[in-house]
Design a protein around this ligand. Structure first.
Ligand SMILES: [Fe+2]
Length: 520
């Protein structure tokens, strides 16, 4: 996102903030910017209302969403008094808050778990800002965010980090420490932000609570626990996120209004669970008011523009899909939809009407084929796009007339980088795009790489479109420029302890105007 200011020009200040963060926060605490009369009018709140930190998201050229949630007792419902609490916010052009450019007061309401979402506008494009909150005399940590480039900007670099799948019980979220050091302009999170699984006594870290979350309070506690991971909290305070959810934010493998195990709960009970899960999701994510849920519905598909360099289409592959197939023939059934009619139309319009050089699609689940059966015949995962082949194949045909489509995906807990083929049933069909499946932050933990190779390498001849396959934990980092996208697969040596050693597993490149991806 450096088309306007230039990455090099902006870098020194931003680096200094990262290394001197603690000192900056200390200095900021001494500055209370509200007049004394207004301060004394507030009723005291319990200590530690900012235990969940701060976040920002969905950057626009002139604005960004600022987030916090007041929760002095985060794992026990939040611990706030049952009343509306005013929360001051301010945005500055410098880390010491000498030059405040926007400020205001938001209301933290009990009905939304005392979360705060401020949709700040009037900012300048393509630059960093610092922000903080104050409530009841307590000052939040400072966060740093960044606006999107000017809408006419076509040059520069946007550095995007792709993350997904952070299972608390499988390990610490150590890849975020490296991600923060890489200083991305924006972090794209494509699902499984929490896992709804029951606490395990043998896991490296244990889920809070006594079972799966079902109620709003239970989901709030689960999100709050995840936010206490220090590397995740620091990443949220360091760059804006663009988020979408997959299944584990609600229930494994759910499809629309259908739960994983329809026999184990009534439809009414699952609808109530969806409503609780979506509300807790909204409360904890830095998203706009368009994502305020209505009962068991939440609007998450949307697009973000990074000048004329990149358009990011964020999909919702959970709420509108048909139930999963249960056979190979079912996966080919043309009546099965992944996106639903409205979202499908919206996506096609967005792709074909795009002025952008790069058309990115954030999909929770993998688009390219995974043929699990070694040798003749095919065996697919029915929860992924392979289980919705007619709709997937229709999209791939459309890709021929879309400028530089690149799909960014999660779910698989593996790095899988693929060429997208117009028709995976025809080995000679054209390459029409590229897909990056961005491993996982912690899900599956530290895998036995040799065992993974033994299981997956025999499948490679059946899947010649796979360019890279790996089972380390980490994330993908993209430098998006006019002429090409340079991608790095960043991995860590462990998630079984709080500190890890990061490294680059591989470098890949997508050339503008040449569909497909290659190892560098
Ligand atoms: Fe996952």
């Amino acid at each position: 996102m450096t088309g306007v200011t230039g990455r090099d020009a902006a870098a020194p200040d931003r680096r200094r903030f990262l290394t001197a963060g603690a000192a900056v926060l200390g200095a900021a605490s001494a500055q209370l910017w509200l007049p004394a009369a207004a301060r004394s009018a507030e009723t005291p709140l319990p200590d530690g209302v900012f235990s969940l930190g701060v976040a920002s998201g969905d950057p626009l050229p002139d604005g960004v969403v600022l987030w916090t949630r007041l929760a002095p007792d985060p794992l026990n419902g939040g611990g706030m008094p049952d009343r509306v609490v005013p929360v001051e916010w301010e945005v500055a052009e410098d880390e010491r808050f000498r030059g405040t450019v926007r400020r205001g007061v938001a209301q933290a309401r009990p009905a939304y778990g005392h979360s705060v979402h401020v949709d700040v506008r009037g900012l300048r494009p393509g630059r960093s800002y610092w922000y903080r909150f104050r409530a009841g005399g307590q000052l939040s940590p400072a966060g740093r965010t960044r606006t999107a480039p000017h809408r006419h900007s076509a040059g520069g670099t946007v550095r995007l980090a792709l993350a997904s799948c952070q299972n608390w019980q499988h390990g610490w979220f150590t890849p975020y420490a490296d991600m923060l050091a890489q200083d991305p302009d924006v972090v794209l999170f494509v699902g499984d932000y929490i896992y709804e699984s029951v606490p395990s006594a043998t896991a490296p870290r244990r889920h809070e609570g006594a079972g799966e979350p079902y109620t709003l309070t239970q989901y709030r506690n689960r999100y709050a626990q995840y936010r206490t991971d220090p590397d995740l909290a620091a990443m949220h305070a360091g760059a804006p996120f663009v988020v979408t959810f997959d299944d584990h934010e609600v229930d494994n493998d759910f499809a629309g209004g259908i739960p994983q195990d329809p026999d184990k709960q009534t439809q009414e009970a699952f609808t109530a669970r969806l409503a609780a899960a979506y509300q807790a999701y909204y409360e904890h994510m830095p998203v706009r008011a368009s994502a305020v849920p209505t009962g068991a519905r939440i609007r998450m598909h949307r697009r973000l523009e990074f000048g004329r360099l990149a358009r990011l289409n964020v999909l919702d592959t959970r709420q509108y899909r048909s139930d999963q197939a249960t056979s190979q023939a079912g996966a080919l059934d043309p009546s099965r939809t992944m996106l639903g009619a409205d979202q499908k139309r919206w996506l096609l319009d967005s792709l074909h009407g795009s002025p952008a050089r790069w058309n990115l699609i954030a999909s929770q689940i993998m688009l390219a084929e995974t043929d699990l059966l070694v040798g003749a015949g095919k065996q697919w995962f029915y929860d992924a796009w392979d289980g919705y082949q007619a709709e997937r194949n229709q999209f791939l045909k459309e890709f021929r007339s879309v400028r530089n489509p690149v799909v960014l995906t999660g779910d698989r807990h593996l790095t899988m980088v693929s060429d997208l083929k117009e028709d995976f049933a025809d080995p000679d069909s054209a390459v029409v795009g590229a897909e990056f499946v961005g491993t996982s932050i912690s899900s599956n933990g530290d895998q036995d790489q040799a065992a993974f190779r033994r299981e997956w390498d025999p499948r490679r001849p059946d899947n010649p479109h796979w360019k890279l396959l790996d089972a380390h934990r980490g994330y993908h980092l993209f430098d998006i420029r006019r002429d090409g996208i340079d991608a790095r697969v960043r991995i860590v040596d462990t998630v079984r302890q709080p500190k890890a050693t990061p490294s680059t597993l591989a470098r890949l490149r997508v050339e503008a105007g040449r569909p497909g991806v290659h190892l560098v």
